[in-house]
Design a protein around this ligand. Structure first.
Ligand code: FES
Length: 390
C-alpha cells in the first residue's frame, strides 16, 4: 500500500460498489477546481482547491480534518485521504502529497491533474480536532514527522488566529533540511507571532545538525526536549513548561505515534489530551493492553455489512472481533486496526463487547452502542453487529 498520506483505497471498477466500506459510501463528493499546484520539495507537492460560493457550507471544516480525493487511473479508482493544511479562516483547501515512487498513485495525481482541472473531493471529515477555547491561556505541543506536518499546520494557524493567548511548541522531524515541508510558511508564522509559536527542527540524516536536534523524534528525544527545551516557564516560576501542556498533537507514522504517545503519557499527560493522526496503516495498539478477560468460547456472531448478512462462530474472545473476522476472510472494513481511523465502526445490536481503546467514537456514539470492531473484545457468547449506517 502506498503510504503517501493517510490511507488509499484502490477499487477495481467491476467490484466497485460491493467493495466500498460503509464509511466511504457515506461520503459526498463535489468537483473542486485546482487553483494552484506547486512542488514543495523533491518528493512533495501541494494543491490548492477553490471552494465555490454554493459549496461553502458543505466545505466548512475544522482544523485537523481531511478530505478524500477520488480519482481514476486506468481501471482503478483511488480514494485517497489528505489532511487539510489550511486553517478554516483561510477560506480554501490546501493539501500536500508525498510521491513515494514513479509508479505510485500520487505520482499519477501529480502528472495528470493541473491548475484549472476539476478534482472530485469529499466534504471534509475526520476527528483529529481540538475543542476551541478562545478565552483560555493554553500551551499546545505538536510533534510532526515529514508530511505529517499538514494537519498540525492547520491547527497551528487556527490556534494563532482564534486563541490570542495560546502558545504553541512545534517539534518537527525530517530526514534532512531539504525535506522540510512548508518551511517558509512556518517561519513566516514564527515571525508574525513572536513568543507564541516556537519551532524546533530535528534531522535524522543531516550531518550538520548535532546533539539534541539530530535524530528521530522518539521517547529518548522527548526526555531531552522536556529537560532542555520545555523547562523554565516564564509565566510560572513554580512550574515547567511541560507541566503547563494542555494538549499534545502528534502526526506521522504509526511507530512514531506509538512511541511518543506512550512517552507523553508516562510523562504525565492524560490520554484524553494526547491526539494523534496516523499517516499510514498500522497494525499495532498505540497503548499496551494489559487487561485480562474471562475466557468465552464458541461465540456465535451475526453481522450486517453492505446490506449482506453474515453468520459465523469465533473460537473464543482471546482476539478482537475485527481480527477474528479478517482471519476468517470476511470483507470487513478496516484501516488502522488501532482504534484511530473509525473505518471499522459498527453497532452492537445484541450481546456485549468491551472496547479496549477508542480514539474515535464520541461518548454519545458509545452510549448509542457504536463500537470499533478492531478494539472490541467479545464479552458474550452471542453477538449481533451492524456495520451499515442506520
Ligand atoms: S480499523 Fe481503524 S478504528 Fe478500527
Amino acid at each position: 500500500m502506498d503510504s503517501v498520506t493517510k490511507i488509499i483505497f484502490v477499487i477495481f471498477e467491476s467490484l466497485f460498489m460491493d467493495t466500498l466500506s460503509p464509511k466511504i459510501r457515506q461520503l459526498n463528493f463535489h468537483g473542486l477546481k485546482i487553483e494552484k499546484k506547486e512542488r514543495l520539495t523533491k518528493t512533495v507537492f501541494m494543491m490548492d482547491l477553490v471552494i465555490p460560493q454554493n459549496l461553502q457550507a458543505k466545505f466548512t471544516f475544522l482544523a485537523g480534518q481531511y478530505i478524500t480525493v477520488k480519482y481514476a487511473s486506468g481501471d482503478d479508482i483511488y480514494y485517497h485521504d489528505f489532511s487539510i493544511a489550511t486553517a478554516p479562516h483561510e477560506g480554501f483547501i490546501r493539501f500536500a502529497v508525498k510521491i513515494n515512487s514513479e509508479k505510485s498513485s500520487s505520482n499519477y495525481l501529480f502528472n495528470n491533474y493541473n491548475e484549472g482541472d476539476i478534482l472530485e473531493i469529499s466534504e471534509p471529515h475526520g476527528r483529529f480536532t481540538l475543542a476551541s477555547k478562545p478565552h483560555e491561556f493554553r500551551t499546545i505541543v505538536g510533534f510532526a514527522a515529514g508530511i505529517g506536518i499538514t494537519p498540525i499546520l492547520s491547527h497551528i494557524k487556527h490556534l494563532l488566529h482564534s486563541e490570542s493567548r495560546t502558545r504553541i511548541y512545534l517539534f518537527y522531524g525530517n530526514r534532512s533540511r531539504q525535506e522540510v515541508v512548508f518551511k517558509s510558511e512556518i517561519e513566516m508564522l514564527v515571525k508574525q507571532h513572536p513568543g507564541r509559536l516556537h519551532v524546533y527542527y530535528f534531522f535524522s540524516q543531516d550531518s550538520a545538525s548535532s546533539g539534541l536536534f539530530r535524530g528521530r523524534l522518539d521517547a529518548p528525544k522527548l526526555d531531552l526536549i522536556i529537560n532542555q527545551i520545555l523547562h523554565t516557564d516564564d509565566t510560572d516560576e513554580e512550574a515547567t513548561l511541560w507541566d503547563a501542556v494542555d494538549e499534545v498533537l502528534i502526526c506521522g507514522k504509526g511507530e512514531m505515534i506509538k512511541e511518543l504517545a506512550n512517552a507523553c503519557f508516562h510523562h504525565g499527560i492524560p490520554k484524553k489530551n494526547i491526539h494523534f493522526e496516523l499517516f499510514e496503516s498500522f497494525n499495532d495498539d498505540i497503548y499496551p493492553q494489559e487487561k485480562e478477560f474471562p475466557l468465552i468460547e464458541n461465540i456465535s456472531i451475526n453481522f450486517k455489512l453492505n446490506q449482506n448478512n453474515y453468520t459465523t462462530t469465533l473460537p473464543n474472545n482471546r482476539f478482537r472481533v475485527l481480527q477474528q473476522l479478517l482471519a476468517q476472510k470476511f470483507p470487513v472494513p478496516y484501516s488502522c486496526k488501532s482504534g484511530i481511523c473509525g473505518i471499522c465502526e459498527c453497532k452492537v445490536v445484541k450481546g456485549q463487547v468491551e472496547l479496549l481503546e477508542n480514539e474515535y467514537l464520541t461518548e454519545k456514539e458509545e452510549q448509542n452502542g457504536q463500537i470499533l470492531a478492531c478494539m472490541a473484545v467479545p464479552m458474550s457468547d452471542n453477538l449481533e453487529l451492524n456495520f451499515d449506517p442506520d
